[in-house]
Ligand binder design. Structure first.
Ligand SMILES: Nc1ncnc2c1ncn2[C@@H]1O[C@H](COP(=O)(O)OP(=O)(O)O)[C@@H](O)[C@H]1O
Ligand SMILES: [Mg+2]
Length: 254
């Protein structure tokens, strides 16, 4: 199998036009250059407003860079694609559809429901929701709804999964459980994952490499290799040291 999901950020720059006549343009990203290997897990971390979501939206193809480009497997990212799945903090499920129908919604629109019927069930099982197929979103906890959102994205067999603070609204225990589920899914699927977070612990637990970003204009400040064996222990000395290393980088001086 050929490894897919390689990402290149090439001299990426994003400037937003002024919002009012008297305000100035906002340079959200300043010349971001980086490469992501197929199957890699990258965490994007930095203070609020530094351009993390902007970078993710560009990668999703929801917005265009002002300069530079993003390539996925050598192809220019120009618009959204099912090859690049996006999971937000808010799961945004269709409340009038069951779990099974929510996961099957995309395939149904694409006229692929019959072919994907089996996969819909496999992915519901993979995210740990077997037995909830006929339930409605309101009957599920926040963590379970987020699993549905994940299954709904996985059904497209994406090469790349993009997460914007997906577990930010969950309690600490549910969040830790989701971390392990996500790593399990990655092991099974080998999808490249890029996750925006402001939680250093989450970044160190999940990521192969952590991209640290400075505030506006966001510059990719330093790429930290996490390089800890898995499964990782949050209470190990090496883990705590890695967290401190990243916190030190984020606590930059101007
Ligand atoms: N559509 C937009 N128009 C103007 N400015 C924007 C727009 N989107 C984001 N910004 C600005 O770009 C900066 C980075 O935003 P964002 O990427 O959302 O930050 P983060 O996700 O790191 O908190 C912020 O200063 C924000 O106000
Ligand atoms: Mg954001």
């Amino acid at each position: 199998m050929v490894a897919t999901g390689q990402i290149t950020f090439n001299n990426l720059r994003k400037v937003f036009p002024p919002r009012t006549e008297t305000s100035s343009p906002v340079e959200a990203l300043h010349h971001v250059n980086a490469e992501v290997e197929p199957g890699e897990f990258i965490a994007l971390i930095g203070p609020s407003g530094c351009g993390k979501s902007t970078l993710l939206r560009l990668l999703a193809g929801l917005d265009q860079p002002s300069q530079g480009k993003i390539l996925v497997d050598g192809n220019l990212v120009e618009r959204p694609s099912r090859e690049r799945g996006l999971v937000f903090q808010d799961p945004t499920l269709y409340p009038w559809l069951t779990i099974e129908q929510n996961v099957g919604f995309g395939p149904k629109l694409a006229g692929e429901y019959r072919e994907k019927r089996q996969s819909i069930h496999e992915f519901i099982e993979l995210v740990g929701l077997k037995g909830f197929e006929k339930n409605y979103p309101y009957e599920l906890s926040g963590g379970m709804q987020q699993r549905v959102a994940l299954a709904r994205t996985l059904i497209n067999y994406p090469k790349v999964l993009l997460f914007d603070e997906p577990f930010g609204a969950l309690d600490a225990f549910t969040r830790m459980k989701m971390h392990d589920e996500l790593l399990k899914i990655r092991e099974r699927t080998n999808i490249t994952m890029v996750m925006v977070t402001h939680d250093v612990e989450e970044a160190v637990y999940l990521a192969d490499r952590v991209f640290t970003m400075t505030p506006r204009p966001a510059i990719l400040k330093k790429i930290v290799d996490v390089n800890l064996p898995r499964p990782r222990r949050r209470d190990s000395t090496a883990f705590i040291k890695k967290k401190e290393e990243i916190l030190d980088i984020l606590n930059f001086t101007a």
